[in-house]
Design a protein. Structure first.
Length: 496
């Protein structure tokens, strides 16, 4: 070890900032095992001797037992080399895990939140690379800008309050790209590689280049078979013998019923009394037993949990399960591959229907890995924008069952597994009205010869009505399902 300074670049994405740099002396060793002080002084980088002295002094003050490492970044603007702020972290060991407590200070008022977001995202990414498992921050509940930064960094608000400040926290996300690729292997030969449709008329109407992933043509009529089969395929022999229970407005129920039949697993599906007849008939046709409930007065999650406990069944929820989320993400894996096959290009924006977040979290996991510059947008019905509210408030918001024709998005809240992924990876959530859904369904039926159910049309409606800015962009849209019967279509379309 020669004690020379080493610069470690930390990438920033959108603002005109010099990439963050961490300066340290080689001989100081890896994080925590032989603690390192990574620092900028605000002027010239410190010499190795100065770093060692500063580290000894701070260690004595902050962590006499040597279990903590203090890190400090300074962020400079490219244009004038001016320092615009710092981001700090204290890293310590909690059992076998490394835990980081972060804070940010931005000196200049202009673009303050943007600078802090850039610094925080770069720093937390670097901490993850060093093996940090949990990242925390304490934020004053009345400071909206700091809450926005915490959310952008991928933290979620907890119930813990200390000295008047609320703790925000994020650990490992429920899934990663490896989980999705493994799911793709399990689904090979089971799920269809659904086509990607394009339309000159759709492009002209929106001003973008739109690629529609036709999951309405998937087995069981929706993307749901991807997550259901991936989850059931991972059952133990004991779980397979006992059986599976799921609750669903229709699409997840059909998917679980089919997956269970393919794998030889008994299935019980909890469905609302007002589920569309086409969905209920298909679920029965796949061999599942159906338990009926009233979606407006009874709790399907409680019913499913009770059945699982009474009968020894394994509960597979419609969205809030890592294996379900990973399976749903395979739709995005295929979409990106198919778009490259069409013209060799990528996507600028991906637009995905959003209920509880299983499909969106899986797709976001893929896009964040393969196309990190691509914006990821979820679309909810205007009457049921619980995830939009949740992302803005930094915590899961519960709502009453929404009154909307998009029955697959009549969820009351996001999941404990899906929400952190959405916080970390999704750029925005927008909404569309039921009338806009009907117009979108009519458009794709007349112009693209596709039958899409209301929930499946959420993304298309957002593109057609300007809820998502697509002009001049290459945009992927997932048409998530097509389970709507002819009589229902006639009712929705009505006379012109």
């Amino acid at each position: 070890m020669n004690g020379e300074m080493t610069a470690v670049p930390l990438r920033t994405r959108r603002l005109d900032l010099e990439p963050l740099r961490v300066e340290h002396a080689d001989e100081m060793g890896p994080l925590l095992d032989d603690p390192v002080l990574h620092t900028y002084t605000g002027g010239e980088p410190a010499t190795p001797a100065q770093l060692r002295e500063r580290y000894r002094r701070m260690t004595a003050e902050r962590s006499p037992d040597g279990r903590q490492t203090w890190l400090n970044w300074i962020l400079r603007r490219r244009a004038d080399e001016a320092a615009v702020g710092t981001v700090q972290a204290t890293v310590e060991r909690d059992g076998d895990d490394l835990v980081a407590e972060i804070a940010w200070v931005v000196a200049r008022p202009h673009q303050r939140q943007g600078y802090a977001r850039e610094a925080g995202q770069a720093m937390t990414a670097w901490l993850r690379e060093q093996g940090v498992v949990v990242v925390r921050a304490h934020v004053h509940p009345g400071h909206a800008a700091s809450q926005a930064v915490a959310q952008a960094v991928g933290l979620r608000r907890t119930s813990t309050v200390q000295d008047g400040e609320v703790r925000w926290e994020a650990g490992h996300l429920a899934i990663d790209i490896g989980d999705v690729r493994a799911a793709a292997g399990r689904l090979r030969g089971v799920a269809h590689r659904t086509p990607v449709a394009t339309s000159t008329t759709l492009d002209d109407r929106t001003g973008g280049r739109i690629f529609v992933k036709c999951e309405n043509l998937q087995r069981t009529g929706s993307f749901k078979v991807r997550g259901a089969y991936n989850a059931l395929a991972r059952f133990t022999s004991g779980q397979r013998s006992a059986g599976v229970v799921a609750y669903s407005s229709g699409n997840h129920g059909q998917a679980v019923a089919l997956a269970a039949r393919l794998l030889g697993i008994p299935a019980v599906i909890v469905m609302p009394s007002d589920a569309r007849p086409i969905k209920m008939a298909a679920t029965r046709g796949y061999g599942a037993d159906i338990v009926i409930y009233d979606r407006y007065t009874e709790d399907r999650e409680a019913i499913g949990a009770a059945l699982a406990a009474e009968r020894g069944l394994t509960l597979v929820p419609p969205f809030d399960h890592p294996h379900v989320m990973a399976g749903q993400g395979t739709a995005a894996l295929e979409l990106l591959e198919q778009v490259r096959e069409i013209d060799g290009g990528g996507l600028d924006v991906l637009v995905v229907p959003l209920g509880g977040g299983g499909l969106l979290s899986g797709c976001a996991t893929v896009v964040a890995d393969e196309l990190p510059g691509c914006r990821i947008i979820g679309v909810e019905p205007a009457a049921g924008n619980d995830v939009q509210q949740s992302l803005r408030q930094g915590e899961i918001v519960h709502i009453d069952v929404p009154r909307t024709i998009a029955d697959g998005a009549q969820t009351r809240h996001a999941g404990v597994f899906t929400f952190p992924v959405l916080q970390a990876l999704v750029d925005d959530v927008v909404t569309v009205t039921d009338d806009q859904l009907v117009d979108a369904m009519r458009f794709v039926a007349e112009r693209m010869k596709l039958v899409v159910e209301p929930t499946g049309a959420l993304g298309i409606a957002a593109a057609l009505n300007g809820a998502v800015a697509v002009r001049g962009w290459r945009v992927g849209v997932v048409a998530s399902g097509g389970n709507v019967d002819v009589d229902r279509l006639a009712d929705l379309f009505g006379p012109r």
